[in-house]
Write a protein that binds this ligand. Structure first.
Ligand SMILES: Cc1cc2nc3c(=O)[nH]c(=O)nc-3n(C[C@H](O)[C@H](O)[C@H](O)COP(=O)(O)O)c2cc1C
Length: 371
């Protein structure tokens, strides 16, 4: 970690995003009582609360069929638009899955939403792990690294369509000839996030994405990913920011927070967790280096399906704020959060954790990393 001095500017305040519960069952594969709804009324109110509580972004998911429970799933682009209509500052990140999505349609959809809502829409290009889902909708299933080759072309196509007139592109997956999208998105271009931690995911981030989203992890493990990606990005003359997933359980005492975690795990649905674990490990197998998102996830990690417990934002607001600073020192620019009872806990997080983070950031400013 490098603290600032007179010559080095301070890093920006860490940003906060929350997972939009646009699928049923909440963010943990557990039969614990959850007061989180997946319907639009619940989500509109949640977006308003998040915006008022200091959250910068809301991230939706794409699922075509039930995976980890998640029996019902709203489509993320349509759903994001409804959340934009309910808010005025929040940025909404819509998940896009190359394969089902074609970049021409995606670029046009997002450009329109971008025009309608003052540039507040971003995208999360995900590469897919759920073979059964692809089979269900008749989409060919590519090998792991091929999925990333396609995602990279998808991102290059989006960026080209958004930026250029007479866009021409000859890829292995997508072709464009003299295509001019009108209207284009208003300035700035929609931000492009991506999800995944494998070698292929990191390499793609270091070439084309604005943001790299990764599963929950310790600051030490996050730092390894960040150093790896930043070094490659610098060699490519590209800069990429880092978002880290976490499941937050903030309670008055650490013991209370740990009790909630223990109950989530005790009441986990073993059949659904194991089925999910089987799918994701299978999907990652073709990632030759074995560094994929779930390469080292055990049963307890998988109960929060993006390893959110590993980031350890579980305890008192003071402990959580310190751990967020440690993740920031490791290179995180954004913390993506899931909660058990979203509306209540997003509000609580905004009231009790974010102000402590801002205070610590003011007391111990970190210097911008040398590229
Ligand atoms: C924050 C985050 C959000 C994701 N959202 C989705 C999603 O909505 N739908 C989906 O199919 N995959 C989603 N993924 C999965 C990734 O696109 C990718 O398939 C997975 O992380 C495995 O990648 P890896 O083997 O390259 O690590 C997400 C991943 C992360 C980290």
């Amino acid at each position: 970690m490098t603290l600032t001095n007179a010559l080095s500017p301070a890093r920006e305040p860490v940003k906060f995003a929350y997972w939009v519960p646009n699928v049923s069952g909440g963010l943990v594969i557990s039969k614990i009582e959850q007061r989180t709804g997946w319907d639009i009324d619940y989500n509109r109110k949640l977006a308003e609360i998040a915006e008022a509580s200091g959250f910068d972004y809301a991230l939706s998911q794409i699922r075509f069929t039930a995976g980890y429970g998640a029996e019902f799933q709203h489509e993320p682009v349509a759903f994001s638009q409804a959340l934009l209509a309910a808010t005025t500052r929040l940025k909404v990140i819509a998940a896009l899955l190359p394969g089902p999505w074609n970049p021409a349609v995606a670029a046009k959809q997002i450009a329109t939403i971008n025009n309608l809502y003052g540039g507040r829409v971003a995208v999360n290009v995900v590469s897919g792990w759920f073979r059964g889902e692809f089979a269900a909708i008749g989409e060919p299933w590519l090998d792991h690294d091929e999925r990333y080759r396609r995602s990279e072309e998808f991102i290059r196509a989006l960026r080209g369509i958004w930026a250029e007139d007479n866009f021409t592109f000859r890829g292995d997956f997508y072709r464009f000839s003299n295509y001019s999208l009108k209207p284009k998105p208003i300035d700035p271009q929609p931000e492009v996030f991506q999800g995944g931690s494998s070698r292929a995911a990191r390499d793609m981030a270091s070439r084309v994405s604005d943001w790299y989203f990764t599963n929950g992890n310790t600051p030490e493990e996050i730092a390894k990913q960040v150093d790896d990606i930043r070094a490659k990005a610098a060699a490519n003359n590209h800069s990429v920011r880092i978002g880290v997933n976490a499941f937050a359980i903030a309670r008055e005492t650490e013991a209370e927070a740990r009790r909630v975690l223990a109950e989530i795990i005790d009441k986990a649905d073993p059949e659904a967790v194991n089925a999910f674990g089987h799918e994701v490990k299978n999907a990652g197998k073709a990632s030759p280096e074995g560094q994929g998102n779930w390469a080292r996830s055990g049963f307890e990690d998988l109960v929060q399906y993006n390893d959110g417990f590993r980031s350890n934002l579980i305890g008192t607001p003071e402990q959580i704020a310190e751990r967020i600073l440690a993740l920031k020192a490791a290179g995180a620019d954004l913390i993506l959060l899931g909660f058990l009872h979203f509306q209540e806990e997003v509000e609580h997080f905004g009231k009790h954790v974010i102000p402590l983070v801002r205070q610590l950031e003011a007391e111990r400013p970190l210097a911008v990393a040398a590229e």
